[in-house]
Design a protein around this ligand. Structure first.
Ligand SMILES: Nc1ncnc2c1ncn2[C@@H]1O[C@H](COP(=O)(O)OP(=O)(O)OP(=O)(O)O)[C@@H](O)[C@H]1O
Ligand SMILES: [Mg+2]
Length: 386
C-alpha cells in the first residue's frame, strides 16, 4: 500500500485529505508543520508528500529544500492557498513535483498523486536498469585456467601494475579487463576503452591524446583524448597489436613519463592512468617482424594474463550454457529452456573457433529455434555445420 505524508497546519485540511485518500487505498501519516514533517520524512521513505506552503516553524519551501536534499526521489506536491500560488509555482521550479490549490479538487488531487507515483516507478525502474546495464558480467567457469585467471585478477587488480591480456577472439579478454578495473582502487573512476584496430592510423594520435582547435584541417574544435578522459581511472587499449609504430612511440612516452601532449599543443599534460592492453596477436612475433616495439611490449606486460580458448576448457561449457540459457530466456521473456544431456555433450565436443562469443550466439540461436527442451536433433540441425 503506498504511503503518503500530509503536512499542513490546518487540522481540518489534514482530516479531509486523510478521509479521501484512505478511502482510495493510501496509507497516511500527518504532520502539523514542516519541522515535524521533516522528522517523519527522515524516518521513513514515503511514496509521495503533500505539503502546505504557509506554515509555522519550517514552512513549505524550507521543507521542500531540505527534503530534496534528503531524498530527491520522493515526489512532493505543494498545497497552495489563495495567497501562495506564485510561491507554489516557484516551488515547482525548485523541485516540487506539482501543486494543487486549496480547497483541493478531488479529481485533480487524485490524478496528481497517481501521476507522481507513476513517475516514481519510472525513476526507480530506470535506476535499476542502469545498475543492471553497468554491472559487469560474472566470469563463469570453474576450470583450472579460469580459476587461475580469477586469482590473478584478485591479486593484481588493487595494484597499479600494467596488464597485457592475450587470447583468441571472443575468449573474454575484455571481461578480464573490466574485472581488473572493477576490483581496483580506481573502480569509481572511468574505464575508457580504445579499440586500436578500429581507428585509422592518422587519427589514432588525436584519439588517444586529443588535439587543439585548428591543429589539422578537420580539427574544428578542441578535443580531449582518451588518456585524459581516463585520468584517475583505467585505459583499456584493445587490439594493441594493430597500433601503428608511430602511435606506439607516443604511447611509450606517455607510459614512461606520465605525460601527454595534445596534437598541436605546446605544453604537456600530466595524466594518471593505469593501462591494460589486450591483443589476439602473438606480440613477440610482431616484435620479430618489427611491427611492434619491444620496449613498449615490456612496458605493457608487467603482468601477463593469457585467456585460453574455449576448446582448452570444455569443462566450463555446461556452466556457461546454463548461464546463457538463464540470461537469454530472461531477455526474451520466456521460461528458461532446458537442454538434454546428449545435446550438451555435442556442444562440449564442438570445435569452437569463436570461443565464448560463439557459444553465446549458438545458445541464443537454440533458444529461438528449439522447443522447451533443446535436444540433440536441435544441435544437429542448428549448430553443427552441414
Ligand atoms: N567466463 C565468461 N563467463 C561468461 N561470459 C563470458 C566469459 N568470458 C567471456 N564472456 C562473454 O563472451 C563475450 C566475448 O567476451 P569478450 O568481448 O571479453 O572477448 P574478447 O576476448 O575481448 O574478444 P575479441 O578478441 O573478439 O575482442 C562477451 O559477451 C562476454 O561477456
Ligand atoms: Mg575484445
Amino acid at each position: 500500500m503506498p504511503t503518503l505524508l500530509i503536512i499542513d497546519d490546518e487540522r481540518a485540511i489534514r482530516k479531509t485529505l486523510i478521509e479521501i485518500l484512505s478511502f482510495e487505498g493510501y496509507k497516511l501519516d500527518e504532520a502539523p508543520d514542516g519541522e515535524e514533517g521533516l522528522k517523519k520524512f527522515r524516518e521513513k521513505t514515503y511514496d509521495a508528500v503533500l505539503c502546505d506552503i504557509k506554515m509555522p516553524k519550517v514552512d513549505g519551501l524550507d521543507f521542500l529544500q531540505k527534503a530534496v536534499e534528503i531524498n530527491p526521489d520522493v515526489p512532493i506536491i505543494m498545497i497552495s492557498g489563495h495567497g501562495t500560488i506564485e510561491t507554489a509555482v516557484e516551488a515547482v521550479k525548485k523541485g516540487a513535483y506539482d501543486f494543487i490549490q486549496k480547497p483541493p479538487d478531488l479529481n485533480r488531487l487524485l490524478i496528481t498523486i497517481r501521476n507522481a507515483m507513476e513517475r516514481n516507478t519510472l525513476v526507480s525502474e530506470t535506476k535499476n536498469l542502469k545498475r543492471k546495464a553497468f554491472k559487469v558480467q560474472e566470469m563463469i567457469g570453474e576450470s583450472e585456467p579460469i580459476q587461475r585467471i580469477k586469482d590473478t585478477i584478485d591479486k593484481v587488480a588493487p595494484t597499479e601494475a600494467r596488464i597485457l591480456i592475450t587470447g583468441e577472439n571472443g575468449v573474454g579478454k575484455e571481461l578480464v579487463a573490466r574485472w581488473v578495473h572493477e576490483k581496483s582502487n580506481r573502480a569509481e573512476q572511468p574505464l575508457v576503452e580504445v579499440n586500436c584496430a578500429a581507428i585509422p592510423s592518422e587519427l589514432i594520435e588525436s584519439e588517444l591524446f586529443g588535439h587543439e582547435k585548428g591543429s589539422f584541417t578537420s580539427a574544428i574544435k578542441q578535443r580531449i583524448g582518451k588518456f585524459e578522459q581516463a585520468n584517475g581511472g583505467t585505459l583499456f587499449l584493445d587490439e594493441i597489436g594493430d597500433m601503428s609504430l608511430n602511435a606506439q612511440a607516443k604511447v611509450l612516452r606517455a607510459l614512461q613519463e606520465g605525460k601527454i601532449t595534445r596534437v598541436g599543443a605546446d605544453k604537456d599534460i600530466n595524466v594518471d592512468v593505469r593501462v591494460i592492453a589486450a591483443t589476439n596477436k602473438d606480440l613477440m612475433k610482431e616484435v620479430e617482424n618489427k611491427t611492434f616495439r619491444l620496449d613498449l611490449y615490456h612496458r605493457l606486460s608487467v603482468i601477463l594474463v593469457h585467456v585460453p580458448s574455449l576448446n582448452e576448457r570444455r569443462d566450463d561449457i555446461p556452466l556457461l550454457v546454463d548461464q546463457f540459457l538463464t540470461d537469454i530466456c530472461s531477455d526474451y521473456g520466456v521460461a528458461k529452456k532446458s537442454i538434454t544431456d546428449d545435446a550438451l555433450k555435442m556442444l562440449q565436443e564442438y570445435n569452437w573457433t569463436g570461443n565464448i562469443r560463439e557459444l553465446r550466439n549458438v545458445v541464443e540461436r537454440l533458444v529461438i529455434l528449439s522447443g522447451k527442451t533443446i535436444s540433440r536433433e536441435d544441435v544437429q540441425n542448428y549448430v553443427v555445420p552441414k
